[in-house]
Design a binder for this molecule. Structure first.
Ligand SMILES: [Zn+2]
Length: 336
């Protein structure tokens, strides 16, 4: 079997002809296998969705219980058969419930890794390398310039600033699924035990992480009562990046704008967004993690999707690994 006969890019997303299913389809389909809950990968309106318990729950939180006509739960390490194609699920280390999906038939195995990262994350299960013939990798940060520093250094910079400016509220922009909970968990690991204030848009997902055993410590709503504005002096407030552009953010005392994102490596991006304290915290691999993962798995072929495809393809070729860009449209880096 040729690799493309098992899995191929189509306008709706990655399609498996023998199994008649899509992985992370960008348009409504009959049968979807979904790697994780970020909105560009997990879309509502499919007839049938298979995903991990956490991803199904996250889709229900975001889209309502009727996000799909029918759903089926998959567990890490579990193998199932879909129309004669073997499908197994493996941790991706990206956000809670994120999975790589391995598809196998007639001795050919392709792993679609969805979004992934290699470093430890207290809020989700660590990435597991899976031997395969074709490894499909994202390339969100697929340029050598992207090297993410140690998470602990970034959190230490935030805490140092909180100590230096006790009259200010530190407003940390972080995406609601994954990044926000990771920032909170990393703050707790660093010994920060005060209440952390969260924007209303994050409440349900934080509650859900807690219900799945991810301890986040004391959280309080970041609702500003004009009379009690000073309650936020010295506080850490976490909200979705979009909220920081509106009036909500200006109600806090002497706010210091922070943003937790892999893109904060690019000074110009931080400047454009008015970010005073950029925190380089990413839920995607940096360049070294991407290339080390490919060398570790050593697939026959690498297919590169969403991000800087060409640089990683070129790197693979220089390392005698066949590679091609998939050019699937519809994946934005929501989580960054
Ligand atoms: Zn993602």
């Amino acid at each position: 079997m040729r690799f493309e006969d098992l899995l191929r890019p189509t306008p709706k997303g990655l399609y498996c002809p023998p199994g008649d299913f899509y992985i992370d389809p960008v348009r409504p389909v009959e049968r979807a296998l979904v790697t994780h809950g970020h909105a560009d990968h997990a879309r509502p309106g499919h007839a049938h969705v298979t995903a991990t318990r956490e991803t199904l729950d996250i889709m229900a939180i975001r889209y309502g219980d009727d996000f799909s006509a029918a759903s089926q739960e998959a567990a890490y390490g579990e193998a199932m058969t879909v129309n004669g194609v073997s499908v197994s699920w493996h941790p991706a280390g990206h956000v809670l419930g994120a999975a790589q999906i391995a598809v196998e038939k007639d001795g050919v195995r392709i792993v679609a890794s969805g979004d992934y990262k290699r470093r430890r994350d207290p809020t989700c299960t660590t990435f597991e390398p899976v031997a395969c013939d074709v490894f499909i990798t994202e390339a969100t940060f697929g340029l050598p310039v992207f090297r993410h520093p140690d998470d602990r250094e970034e959190i230490a910079r935030l805490l140092k600033s909180v100590g230096q400016f006790p009259q200010s509220a530190h407003l940390v922009g972080a995406y609601a699924l994954g990044k926000a909970q990771r920032v909170i968990a990393l703050l707790r690991e660093a010994g920060y035990d005060k209440p952390i204030y969260i924007h209303g848009a994050m409440q349900k997902l934080c509650d859900y992480y807690e219900s799945r055993g991810v301890a986040l410590g004391p959280l309080a709503p970041a609702t500003v009562d004009r009379a009690a504005k000073d309650q936020f002096e010295g506080a850490i407030v976490i909200g979705p990046p979009s909220a920081f552009a509106d009036r909500w953010a200006r109600r806090f005392p002497d706010p210091i704008a922070c943003f937790a994102s892999g893109w904060m490596r690019v000074r110009q991006r931080a400047k454009q967004r008015g970010v005073e304290l950029p925190l380089i915290l990413s839920d995607h691999c940096d360049w070294d993690e991407l290339t080390e993962t490919i060398l570790e798995i050593r697939p026959q072929e690498v297919w590169v999707t969403h991000g800087r495809e060409e640089a990683l393809v070129r790197w693979c070729e220089l390392n005698q690994i066949r590679a091609k860009p998939l050019h699937i449209v519809g994946y934005e880096d929501e989580a960054e």
